[in-house]
Design a protein around this ligand. Sequence first.
Ligand code: DAH
Length: 343
Amino acid sequence: MLDDLNALENKALAELDAADSPDAIEAWRIAHIGAKGALKAMMPRMKDVPKEQKGEVGKRLNEVKATLESAFEAKKGAAGPGGAGPAPAVDMTEPGITDTRRLGRRHIITRVRAELVEVFARMGFDVAQGPELEDDEHNFIKLNIPAGHPARDPIDNFYVDDPNEAETPRMLRSQTSTVQIRAMERMVAEGSGPPIKVVSPGRVYRPDTVDATHSFMFHQIEGLYIDRGVTLRDLKTTLLQFAKAYFAPDAEIRLRPSFFPFTEPSAEFDMKIALKPGTEPAWIELGGCGMVDPNVLQACGVDPEEWTGFAFGFGIERIAMGKHAIPDIRMLFENDIRFLERV
Ligand code: DAH
């Protein structure tokens, strides 16, 4: 009988292995471990087993039964849901215990830049773009910064061509004011204006030593509005509306007389704002502005007798740091995930 049990076990396991559908597995169960199966059929033979072997044979019988039953359960589980199987070993609908995936989000500078464009769009400004690799005609000459001007010093600019050799040396632009020139040239070529009302956000490059408030690459947003009869009052109104819309309804602004080669008069633009609720409002400088210099209009083919305009340029990092209480510009570029998730 021991030999028969071993043979039955081997045969049954081989057949179970070959069963390839829920129906075949169920048929196997009935044939081998069911109430009228092969194993059950061997039970009556126990009474013929000599007394001294009964213990050993009985133990083996139980072993074979347990082996076949657990093989059956395993096979049924592996066959998966559907059919006559039990619940699958893994419930695929159960939520994970710890979800380790991080969902990304747009970088704070990308978000602030889009918000600024959105606020100015509501005031009627389109978006104009220009290249980051510029030439000195757009970065300097047409902005009324002539040859020999200290702003053109190679120490202060990332030239790509040697400024002493190339006729129109190329450089990484040091300011988005270049796009004022590009936008006016395009407008004149297409005959689409004036008037023109555009903002131009983008990267600028200067070989500054990196510290808490300086970086060799940062972002600016430039504004340009040219029409008949545009005055300094329009500039101040636009800046005030911007400050109220983007920062707080009670934001105050201030223009401080200054100098830029491409505007006359020129001013620095400050805003007084409590950066955190409950703190004292403080003046922060956002950028420069002024009335577009007649020389600049003329260089782009716009008649300064007929048209006037204003321009401004803000640092986007400066605005983001002010609005989100970021103490160090380097935090914006280090990509520390703890910082990026906070802002
Ligand atoms: N381009 C200037 C800078 O980078 C900022 C600026 C000043 C832009 C006055 C303007 C302006 O459009 O009118 O410092």
